[in-house]
Design a protein around this ligand. Sequence first.
Ligand SMILES: O=C(O)C(=O)C[C@]1(C(=O)O)C=C[C@@H](O)C=C1
Length: 284
Amino acid sequence: MSDPALTDPSVVQPLALASARAEFDAIDDAVHDLLMRRSALSAQLSAQGMKAGGASFRPGREAMILRRLLARHGGPMPRATVVRLWREVISSSLRLQSAFSVATTAGCEPLARGHFGLDTPLRTHATPSRVLAALSAGEASVAILPSPADGEPPEAAWWISLDAPRLQVVAALPFLMQPGQLLPSAMVVAAFAADATPRDRGLLRLERAPNTSRDALVGALTAAGLSPLRLILSADGLRALAEVEGLIAPEDPRLAGLAALRPWPVGGYAEPEPDTPAAQAEPA
Ligand SMILES: O=C(O)C(=O)C[C@]1(C(=O)O)C=C[C@@H](O)C=C1
């Protein structure tokens, strides 16, 4: 006959819980050791001047780290948790390398916090133009602004007067889309250009004559070899923002074919990741 104590949950469960907790502690120590090692590596990189001559913040590299981790991810932990954890880890690393801070509008604050962590200094301003003024004045390392949208009021359409290439879009938020989300909600603007990744979107500002139709703009972009993924029009109809595949350098030869539209690259961003892994996504 088996010992009744071994099948009695009040005896067996506390023993199993105790050993699980010992394993949690061992895992936490291992994770903590690695996080301390990672932070030390980041601080060392900065102390040795290896990030000198360029911004500490490298959004392209950050996108590649998250894509790589999401591609190898498995098990019950949600993808959103992986991204949230690493966004805190990377943002902490960034703050070890430089005095990193964010300027944004109130509506973008949750996205800014989600991306740059809870401890990054953040200041909200009343309007996009004030956010960009704070960035220009060196009061913040990056500006986070709502994604451009069709026909928005002139004071909201910050992209129209963005002083590129001095200031450029370098990232889009959130990096991991919400379920059902197709377009990013906010853009990160900085005083440097983004590094290219294998999957980027470039932004091109265009000036259009009042009677140029949307179709004519798409036709002109396509003929120049820059098929737009999306086209945003200003409320007065005189400016357009084209989103194309890949970052566009100011010297890109394809821009010559668009001279009549005075094309002006205003940066770009690493394509965000879908909320579900590609293999599980619905077939198109
Ligand atoms: O790869 C770098 O350049 C780093 O400094 C490391 C690191 C990171 O912690 O992963 C830190 C900041 C950058 O924005 C990108 C990556």
